[in-house]
Structure formats: structure tokens, C-alpha cells
Design a binder for this molecule. Structure first.
Ligand SMILES: Cc1cc2nc3c(=O)[nH]c(=O)nc-3n(C[C@H](O)[C@H](O)[C@H](O)COP(=O)(O)OP(=O)(O)OC[C@H]3O[C@@H](n4cnc5c(N)ncnc54)[C@H](O)[C@@H]3O)c2cc1C
Length: 530
């Protein structure tokens, strides 16, 4: 009958979705289904997080952490969200990640947890597992999920649309009720069919949208699927103009998007044009190569645009002896070497890259959206924590805290009724039998990525944004026609979500003429705080 019924449906299996599912599964009577579009359950942005997860360090306090979060957020972080994170987060790290899941965070020789310090943190307070923290966390959480008898983990399953009333209701009188969510239509890759997943509560945990940009540190699945679905369902979306860019991602074929830590510049690395000219003094005479990440990212972007460079170079070989480079940056050294680049002798090709989405589906302190029975947690959501700019290493903890809180709120609501399959029409295949042409999908995705990169990227203006909206609207229509004419697959679903997500970001960026945090406008109004 192509129907799955459950008490709670979790869309996405990064730190936020996995945490929500684990908490929900504590009641063995509750049936929980987790879907992940990827074929591996662990595949997510979470898996690639390197630096670590914030907690409270040794001479630290919730007050200090809140202060640092608010300072990074450039006046737009929501203070109650920062307070919740700082007060509840450390306990959850201890209970869920350390005691229950057994994440092997690095320790000092005497057995105490080793706290790292990152930019804009006033204390050492970042827990890490080498430089592969996210991978250790998600492996541990998924292993726990697999042990839960009442959790069904479905991989290779892409949510296409949320099932909402009145939109999908058979009963016409439901038009008088508030918008409510009852699960999702989910495309199962193996059978190539769309099933109705009906649920009392639906938790959107589908992550960010870095992939709508030409250069990004995010993996394939970060296409803004959840944002697009929630928006179409009528949920409130906020702060979508705030996309954080990392200044230096690797730009070598096969290694695109791999993060080159800012510590490389900290150790004396210099940025050069491809023909060997230093350029940072022109953009930031007082700081040079050690300028803040936003300034560096914009300077690189400007050089690339002005001179049509495909990348710039980051030279550490001239600053440090080879042995010191290998010792200080073992992972970067090994990754580059595997790609044929010896960073002890050659400069590193780098580009800035879309890294983190600070905006998203508005939620309250329990992860509730403006649509009944729909929760959003993790990067897809906007709790207001990050304001206009995210403080390093706070996003994993946000997923943990709000994943847990959303689940607790669902539990507190008692057994939410699951609608009958009779009340929801089966999926109607929008397209015909014709297979979609991969060349069209690839090209359209590239058009979105280039449009976002050049017109809705690091430096924005009314002219660029108007042009972006015009191009994206036209493309959206083309994609919609294409979507309705061909057989469904994951890439086509992602393309449709990506163009919608791109429009949401571009529209928010056009609307906001004040430069603040990571939203920078060349034509900003007075009073901006770049
Ligand atoms: C390279 C890199 C380094 C980072 N380093 C750090 C760090 O050190 N510290 C830190 O705090 N943060 C870091 N971040 C950010 C952090 O990793 C993410 O913000 C966080 O992991 C997001 O978690 P999430 O659970 O919300 O989403 P994700 O972990 O991205 O999970 C989303 C899930 O949803 C699935 N999905 C997407 N669309 C659909 C669909 N339509 N149907 C079904 N499933 C779907 C995805 O496959 C995935 O499983 C880093 C990010 C990157 C990319």
C-alpha cells in the first residue's frame, strides 16, 4: 500500500536527528522511523566536522559562553537560545555523548578531558577527537540507534514533501484548521517509488545548504531540502541571508571543499595570487594575512572576481621548515599529499567556501515550528543562537540540545494521533516515464551554484541580488516543468529543493540592506556592522 505509519518521523540522521530519535526511543512503545537520503546512515555534515564540540572548560561558566556567542552573533543572537545551549549543552555532552555513546574525546595524560581553544572563544572549551570529531560522534550515535528495537533506520530514502493539512487533506473542511504536519512523502531509491510516511510528529533534521554554492565545505546532501519543504508547507523561515563562508577550502581536483585550517595563516602562511603576488595588505593594511575570517574571505573572493583567478595560493612552505609543517598539520599534509600536492614545498590552492547556514526554519526553545506537529532541529532550524554569525564549534552542540528538547516536547504531548492512510492521497507521480537527463540536472545545479556564488555570495548588492532573483525564478520554472515531465530520482528532488532554497536566501539578502555579521552588502545602508 506504500504506507509507513509511526509515532515519530525523523528526517535526517546527523547529530540533531540521531539525538532526537534516541531520546524518543526511550519509550519502547513509541515507534520511531529515521530516514536518510544517503545510502550510509552516518553520511551527513556532522560526519565532516573537524574542530570539535563546545562545552564548558575548566575555568569557565555558562555566562562566559553566552557572552562569546552573543559577541560572535553581531547583535543578532537570541539571548534565551544562547543561555539554553550554555546551560543544557554541557550536561548532554557528558550524559549522552561521553557516558552513553562512549565518544572517545581526547584526554590529557592524567585522564582529564583535553579542551581546545578556538577563535573568538574566551576559554579553552572545545572537545575533540583528533581532527575528526564529527565522524566519531556520528558513528557512536548511529551504533546506539541500531540497538533500539523501536527505531527503524531507512537509508536511501529522500523526503520529497511534507504531508500537511489542509494542503494534502481529503477532507475539504480542514481548510479552517491551522496548518499541521502528518509526515512526509518519501522517495525510496531502490524501488524508485514514493511512499507515504505518516507520523504523529515529524522532526525535520535535514541539515544545511552549502551545496547551493559553487564552492563549499559541505558534502553532497546539504542542498537545503528541509528548508525548501518547510517553506512550501508554510512554515516561517528567518535569517536566511546569513550564510557563513570559510576563507580557505582546498581547490585541488578530487579534494575540493576540504578545510584548510585558519591555523595555517596563524603559523605564518601567506596568501598569494596564482602568479605569486601577496595581496592581503591591500585589503587589510593593519592585519595583513591575519585579518578576521570574513575580511580574508571577501579579499580572496574579490581577487578571484577581478582577475578571473580560479583560486589563490596559501604558502606555508616559505614560512616553516618541512618537519614543522608535517608535525603541526599532519591531516592537511597527508590529504594534500594524497592529491599530489606536497605542502612542504608547494603553495596550496584555496578558495573561500560556503560553510554554515545561520538562518533556517524558525523554531522556539523546544524546536517547534509554526506548523503544528512539525519540529526542526540542527542546521535546518533557526533558534536564533547564531544570530548573524556562528561562533566556532557551537553547531554540533545546538543539534544535540535541540534534538533532545524537541523529543522531550513530543514526549510531553503524549501519543499524537497518526492520520489514517484514507485521509491522505497516495503520491501522484508528477512526471511521465521518461528518464531525466543527468546532463540537464548537472547543468541546472551548476547554474544555481554559480548564480549564488557570484550574486548572493560574500559581497552582495541590490544589482547583483535582483539579477540573481530574476535568473533563479526563471530557472525554477524550468526545473518545475522538467520535474513534472520526467521520472523522479534523488538528484531531481534535490535540484528542485536547491533552487527553492537559493531563492529563499537571495530574497532575504535582497530585503536586508544592512551589513551585519556574514551578510555583507557593498551598498549597505548607514549604521551597518560588517
Ligand atoms: C567540513 C565541516 C566542518 C565542520 N566543523 C564543525 C566543528 O568542528 N564543530 C561544529 O560544531 N560544527 C562544525 N561544522 C558544522 C556542523 O557539522 C553542522 O552544522 C552539523 O553537523 C549539522 O548537523 P545536523 O544534524 O543539523 O545536519 P547534518 O549532520 O547535515 O545531517 C542532515 C541529514 O539529513 C539528511 N537529509 C538531507 N536531505 C534529506 C532528505 N530530503 N530526505 C532525507 N534525508 C535528508 C542528510 O543526508 C543527513 O543525514 C562543520 C561542517 C563542515 C561541513
Amino acid at each position: 500500500m506504500n504506507v509507513v505509519q509511526c509515532d515519530a518521523l525523523v528526517i535526517g540522521c546527523g547529530i540533531a536527528g540521531a539525538t532526537a530519535a534516541l531520546r524518543l526511543a526511550q519509550d519502547r512503545q513509541r515507534q520511531v522511523v529515521v530516514v536518510n537520503r544517503a545510502s550510509e546512515a552516518e553520511e551527513s555534515n556532522t560526519r565532516y566536522a573537524q574542530g570539535g564540540i563546545v562545552t564548558l572548560g575548566e575555568e569557565d561558566s555558562a555566562d562566559l559562553l553566552v557572552k562569546d556567542i552573543l559577541a560572535a552573533g553581531a547583535g543578532l543572537s537570541h539571548p534565551p537560545a544562547a543561555r539554553l545551549l550554555a546551560e543544557e549543552g554541557p550536561r548532554l555532552v557528558q550524559q549522552l555523548l561521553i557516558e552513553t555513546a562512549g565518544v572517545p574525546f581526547d584526554r590529557e595524560a592524567d585522564g582529564r578531558l583535553a579542551f581546545g581553544r578556538e577563535g573568538a572563544h574566551s576559554r579553552p572549551r572545545i572537545l575533540h577527537v583528533g581532527d575528526a570529531t564529527g565522524s566519531a560522534i556520528i558513528q557512536a550515535l548511529v551504533a546506539l540507534l541500531r540497538q533500539q528495537p523501536n527505531v527503524r533506520l531507512v537509508t536511501g530514502a529522500t523526503a520529497v514533501d511534507l504531508i500537511t493539512f489542509p494542503h494534502h487533506a481529503r477532507n475539504p473542511l480542514s481548510v479552517y484548521d491551522p496548518i499541521s504536519c502528518h509526515g512526509a512523502y518519501v522517495f525510496e531509491h531502490d524501488s524508485r517509488t514514493v511512499h507515504r510516511y505518516l507520523a504523529g510528529a515529524t522532526v525535520l533534521a535535514s541539515g544545511g545548504l552549502g551545496r547551493i554554492y559553487r564552492h563549499t565545505t559541505n558534502p553532497e546532501g546539504a542542498r537545503g531540502d528541509g528548508l525548501a519543504m518547510a517553506y512550501r508547507a508554510g512554515a516561517r523561515v528567518i535569517n536566511a541571508e546569513y550564510v557563513q563562508f570559510h576563507p580557505t577550502a582546498l581547490a585541488v581536483p578530487g579534494g575540493e571543499g576540504f578545510l584548510i585550517s585558519e591555523a595555517v595563516r596563524g603559523e605564518g602562511g601567506r596568501l598569494l595570487t596564482p602568479d605569486g603576488r601577496p595581496f592581503m595588505a591591500r585589503y587589510a593594511p593593519q592585519w595583513g594575512d591575519l585579518a578576521p575570517r570574513d575580511v580574508v574571505a571577501r579579499a580572496i573572493h574579490q581577487e578571484m572576481i577581478e582577475h578571473d583567478y580560479p583560486y589563490v595560493l596559501l604558502d606555508i612552505a616559505s614560512a616553516l621548515p618541512a618537519e614543522r609543517i608535517r608535525e603541526r598539520f599532519p591531516t592537511i599534509y597527508a590529504r594534500c599529499l594524497a592529491l599530489g600536492l606536497d605542502i612542504t614545498r608547494q603553495p596550496i590552492p584555496v578558495v573561500p567556501a560556503a560553510h554554515y547556514f545561520c538562518g533556517g526554519v524558525w523554531t522556539d526553545e523546544w524546536g517547534r515550528t509554526t506548523v503544528e506537529n512539525l519540529y526542526a532541529v540542527g542546521e535546518v532550524a533557526c533558534t536564533g543562537l547564531h544570530g548573524a554569525n556562528r561562533l566556532a564549534s557551537t553547531s554540533l552542540l545546538e543539534g544535540l540540545v535541540w534534538g533532545d528538547r524537541a523529543a522531550r516536547d513530543i514526549v510531553a504531548c503524549g501519543a499524537l494521533p497518526v492520520v489514517s492512510p484514507d485521509d491522505v492521497p497516495p503520491w501522484e507521480e508528477p512526471g511521465g516515464d521518461e528518464e531525466s537527463d543527468p546532463a540537464l540536472i548537472w547543468r541546472d545545479m551548476r547554474t544555481i551554484q554559480y548564480t549564488m556564488w557570484h550574486y548572493v555570495g560574500l559581497a552582495r548588492s541590490a544589482r547583483r541580488l535582483t539579477r540573481a532573483l530574476h535568473d533563479l525564478q526563471h530557472l525554477k520554472q524550468e526545473i518545475e516543468d522538467f520535474y513534472r515531465a520526467t521520472r523522479l530520482n534523488d538528484a531531481l528532488i534535490g535540484l528542485r529543493h536547491a533552487v527553492q532554497a537559493a531563492l529563499i536566501v537571495a530574497e532575504a539578502a535582497r530585503h536586508n540592506r544592512v551589513s551585519r555579521g556574514c551578510h555583507y552588502r557593498d551598498d549597505a545602508k548607514e549604521g551597518s556592522t560588517p
